[in-house]
Every structure is written in C-alpha cells, then in structure tokens.
Design a protein. Structure first.
Length: 108
C-alpha cells in the first residue's frame, strides 16, 4: 500500500510550483531585476485585466501628453471605483509613461 505522502506529493508539488511562478516578481532570484514600482503594481492589479499594453501602443492613442495620460488614469480609476489618491494616480501615470508613452513630464 502506498503511503499517503506519496499520493499527496504530486498535487502539492504542482501547487508550490504555480505559487512560485506567481510570486516571481518578489522571489529572491528576481532580486537583480528591477522591483516593480507602486504604480506598476497598482496598474497590474486593477487595470491590466481589460487592456494589454497593446491598448497603449495603438495608433490612435487617446493619451497625447502627460496631462491627458494622467486624466485617463484618473478617469479609469474612478470608473472602476478605486478611490485612488492623487499620489496613486501620479504613480500609475508615471508607470505607464515610463513603460510606454514617454511623454515629457511637466516640471515638479
Ligand atoms: C472595464 C475594462 C477596463 C478597465 C478595468 C480599465 N480600462 Fe483603461 N481602457 C479600457 C478601454 C475599453 C479603453 C479604450 C477607450 C476608448 O477607446 O474610448 C481604455 C483606455 C485607457 C487609456 C487610454 C489609452 C490610450 O489610448 O492612450 C488609459 C491611459 C487607461 N485606459 C488607463 C487605465 C487605468 C489606469 C486603469 C486602472 C485604474 C484602467 N484603464 C482600467 C478598458 C478598461
């Protein structure tokens, strides 16, 4: 008769494996990579479900400069009822701008 531990080992290994994959950004092995910024985490948590980066790369972008990008971030966070602070909005705007848009930032 097989010991119970043998029967359980496979699903447990699967679970640990997938949890490890999910936890990757904070795993020790990823320490050399840039840690995610707060804006990146907020965006990945709340926004990415609906749009991939393709949305932001498309030809007819709605965001055309820093203020309009920030306005879109503000509009979306209120649409999704996140109640972000001004600081959160700036963080996510910065993340999108650094990662994709690269608009000139207004001074300050
Ligand atoms: C319910 C789905 C959904 C969610 C959730 C969502 N978005 Fe969007 N987003 C869209 C759609 C659809 C568009 C395109 C709107 C259009 O073309 O009129 C868009 C467009 C945008 C744009 C403009 C892209 C451009 O053309 O330059 C920005 C910026 C943006 N979203 C940011 C966010 C942020 C930040 C969040 C998280 C707070 C978020 N979105 C959450 C669906 C979503």
């Amino acid at each position: 008769m097989k010991p119970v531990s043998m029967i359980l080992a496979w699903p447990v290994a699967m679970l640990v494996g997938s949890a490890g994959a999910l936890a990757q950004p904070t795993a020790p092995g990823a320490a050399l990579a840039q840690p995610p910024t707060r804006g990146q985490l907020l965006y990945n948590t709340h926004c990415i479900a609906c749009h991939s980066t393709a949305m932001h790369w498309r030809d007819q972008r709605l965001a055309t400069d820093w203020p309009s990008l920030k306005a879109w971030v503000e509009r979306w966070q209120s649409r999704v009822l996140l109640n972000w602070t001004e600081a959160d909005i700036v963080e996510v705007t910065r993340h999108l701008n650094d990662a994709i848009y690269r608009f000139a930032r207004p001074a300050g």
